[in-house]
Design a protein around this ligand. Sequence first.
Ligand SMILES: Nc1ncnc2c1ncn2[C@@H]1O[C@H](COP(=O)(O)OP(=O)(O)O)[C@@H](O)[C@H]1O
Ligand SMILES: N[C@@H](CCC(=O)OP(=O)(O)O)C(=O)O
Length: 369
Amino acid sequence: MSHPNWKRVVIKVGSALISPNQQGCSSHYLLSIAQFIVRCRANGTQVVLVSSGSVAAGAHLFPEQEKTNIAVKKAMAAAGQTEMIATWDRLFDFPSAQMLLTHADLRDRERYVSIRETIFSLLDNNILPIVNENDTVTTDKLKVGDNDNLSAMVASAAEADALIICSDIDGLYDKNPHEFDDAKMLKSVETIDQSIYDMAGGAVKGGVGTGGMRTKIEAAEKAVSHGIDTYIINGFTELSFNMLLAGENPGTHFKPHAKPMQENVHWMRHTSNAQGEVIVEGDFDASLAGDAEQLTSSEIIDVKGEFSVGDTILVRKEDGTKLVKAKSNYSSCLLNFIANQENDDFAHEFEEKTGPIISDQHIANLEKE
Ligand SMILES: Nc1ncnc2c1ncn2[C@@H]1O[C@H](COP(=O)(O)OP(=O)(O)O)[C@@H](O)[C@H]1O
Ligand SMILES: N[C@@H](CCC(=O)OP(=O)(O)O)C(=O)O
């Protein structure tokens, strides 16, 4: 876990560190983070920064206005983003670049590949990518919604060795320490299961953070399955960064999987989301479900939702068992038409000509996990 072994890290910085009192940006806590980034780069480690804080930084420009009003929140993000980027940029004597992303960008394979290329191109030219969600254009359907999950998606896209989530708290506790005096911190987590999720609560009500600990666990789960060492650390203190540089663990460490998922399978499982569902017969052989050719219209009982060619779909049984997530080669409309044909020969011939319903190149078998 020693730092000098990392070729590439993603550092996620929460709103409380950027705009502690929601009166614009403060470099107070950012100085030690910036210094850490400088030292990583000096050690030959490439860095991608995922920075929250645009809403918090812009909030003071909208006095008397409710943060719960979505249009106002988007405007706060638009105004705060420029100040946030300018604040980071002032702390470095090398160039930085702004990347504003949405889930709609990341879940589209073509755009995802393009995002990867941009990140690698920036890093190859010693430019620091600074990523945030493009809050001004998002809707519920388009957004990731929190920068913890966004940072894990970025870490996977960037093929990072480590994801460091800098928060306002020392790490993951067995219960929220703001509510329970006897909460104890976990130094390391080997396996992320329900018991770990049960420990994690949301963000403080009325606070600046968005996701709380729950979204950090979701992020850790995404990252470790890609083989990425993940840490939740206290970003308020310089000691955390000195410890990381010394190869020590200053917070909670989530152990990466020894056998990480392949990049395209990981993307399908953790970044792409299903636009619709295909329900298959109960005796459909789940062990073969990862083989695209196995899914034919005769297995299909129902098609739910509206999707287009190229969208991700979930293939599941009637009892809810999830089998695979895959790229659909058929639209929901066409699939409904084929699946509802009385004449099996027609459907069979159609599929022979048109090709398999799901793509064998973009598929994640959910049962094997
Ligand atoms: N089990 C837990 N351990 C640590 N913090 C927790 C836990 N459950 C809930 N939290 C809350 O999560 C907060 C950190 O998340 P958040 O406010 O979203 O910060 P950030 O801006 O860094 O993303 C903590 O300050 C704490 O109030
Ligand atoms: N994109 C938002 C941050 C959302 C978010 O997840 O915030 P945080 O929980 O502080 O990491 C912003 O820039 O304000």
